[in-house]
Design a binder for this molecule. Structure first.
Ligand code: ATP
Ligand code: MG
Length: 439
């Protein structure tokens, strides 16, 4: 993409309504614009980030055998009357009436719809387990939308739903999902700690929130620093073996981690003092086993091994995909702007042409750019070098290839790593191999 042609409305003035750093940076860097309270339009650079995050989420869901579907945003009220939640849900639900006076709603979540879809087609225990997910917009009419995309009214969520024949199998589905989440967040470059969460009126032991540490987070958190260094991608788990999953779960939950609601001073005091991490955190995911709550209330059963009807055991598993954009920025920025983790950034690298019109600069930039035009951002604007450096740091490109007239004449490029500020001078041929590796 050529920056001279790219729709990237950056802002110099910090908008007054933006209270937290991620919101300010998302507006300044031209990622989103608010169209109504808590409702945002995603501009090209922001949409690229949202897509990158969705893709990592999708790959890790697929890796544990979850299957992608796409359910609509609008749902008939009838479904929610069946589960009893239509009246219970309260004012956060956006209720709509169509021209035939039928009650609809903009989905805040999809348990009812997926349970109904499942019930229409699955008749036997032999077809279980099933895990289905989608990545779809949700609407919750939050009392106080704030912090930009972190607490919006319309937001993008990955929500998955598991159906199992019995409790043991449902627990294995839950463990599998926990592993997928830990891998997803690691690949997104953030440390999201699983914390025991309240299961609410349904009870039960299986609910975890995944929380990223950030001073602007809405929950107080306490956890063992051992979580920070663990490599979940290297975790040796056989996802088809319940015993292996159980062992992984036991290892993971042996470390202390809790939000203030669940905090236990006695258990906390057993964590080595140098490993105690205390602060505030942002909930980016939530997994929940709730048994037969929906299959039971909606009358969805399958025939079990002995021919008797059984209500399948369910779990639901959410990731706040659009919230993650803000949460990643909260966790990864400096005074100059965003520091995107690799794999999340709108572009893995940018090329800065410090002197457009200079024959050597133009030629070298075009050569580098041609190596991966769809993946690179070429700053070809007629602007001062300082403006280009500032914008590149604001946008947070993980790698920046800086091409100035003197270097270009000698076939040299300066390569800057955004995260560390490290710079090195390299040959054009090395720059080309680096680009090939990134793209
Ligand atoms: P919160 O406690 O932050 O209101 P929640 O517990 O109501 O969230 P869930 O129903 O668990 O949310 O939804 C799954 C995920 O969707 C959350 O972990 C969060 O990342 C995301 N999410 C929930 N509400 C919003 C929102 N208003 N804006 C953006 N993302 C949201
Ligand atoms: Mg939650």
């Amino acid at each position: 993409m050529r920056l001279s042609r790219f729709f990237l409305p950056t802002l110099k003035e910090i908008p007054a309504e933006a209270q937290i750093v991620s919101h300010r940076l998302m507006l300044r860097a031209g990622l989103v614009r608010q169209t109504a309270s808590g409702i945002y339009a995603w501009l090209p650079a922001g949409l690229r980030v949202l897509r990158n995050i969705s893709e990592v989420v999708r790959q890790e869901q697929d890796a544990i055998g979850a299957q992608e579907v796409l359910m609509p945003t609008l749902q008939p009220a009838e479904l929610w009357r069946r589960s009893g939640r239509y009246d219970a849900y309260g004012p956060e639900m956006l209720r709509i009436r169509d021209r035939h006076e039928r009650d609809l709603l903009y989905g805040p979540t999809n348990e009812e719809m997926i349970t109904d879809l499942f019930g229409q087609s699955v008749k036997s225990y032999r077809e279980l387990p099933q895990v289905l997910y989608h990545i779809q917009w949700k609407f919750r009419d939050e009392v106080r939308p704030r912090f930009g995309v972190m607490r919006g009214r319309e937001f993008l969520m990955k929500d998955a739903y598991s159906f199992d024949i019995d409790h043991a199998s449902a627990v294995a589905s839950y463990h599998r999902m926990m592993l997928a989440y830990l891998r997803t967040f690691q690949r997104l470059g953030v440390k999201a700690i699983p914390m025991v969460a309240d299961t609410g009126p349904i009870g039960g032991e299986l609910s975890h929130e995944f929380i990223i540490l950030a001073p602007t987070g809405e929950s107080g958190v306490f956890y063992d620093g051992a979580f920070e260094t663990h490599d979940w991608l290297a975790e040796p788990v056989d996802v088809d073996d319940p015993a292996s999953l159980q062992a992984f779960f036991a290892r993971t939950t042996a470390f202390y981690a809790a939000t203030d609601e669940k905090h236990d001073e006695a258990a906390w005091s057993t964590v080595a003092p140098e490993r105690r991490r205390e602060g505030r955190g942002i909930e980016v995911g939530h997994i929940f086993h709730f048994g037969t709550k929906y299959t039971g209330s909606m009358g969805v059963s399958v025939s079990g091994p002995d021919g008797q009807p059984v209500f399948p055991q369910m779990g639901s598993y959410g990731i706040g995909v659009s919230r993650l954009v803000g949460a990643i920025i909260e966790a990864s920025h400096d005074e100059a702007g965003i520091i995107w983790p690799d794999g999340v950034a709108p572009f893995p690298a940018a090329i800065l042409n410090l002197k457009p019109g200079d024959a050597a600069c133009d030629a070298l930039c075009e050569r580098l750019y041609a190596a991966a035009p769809g993946r690179l951002l070429l700053d070809d604007r007629a602007e001062r070098a300082g403006v280009k450096f500032n914008d590149a740091d604001l946008l947070g490109h993980p790698w920046q290839f800086v091409v100035g007239p003197r270097g270009a004449a000698a076939g040299r490029v300066e390569l800057k790593r955004r995260a560390t500020g490290e710079r090195s001078e390299i040959d054009a041929s090395d720059a080309l191999s680096k680009i090939a590796a990134l793209a």
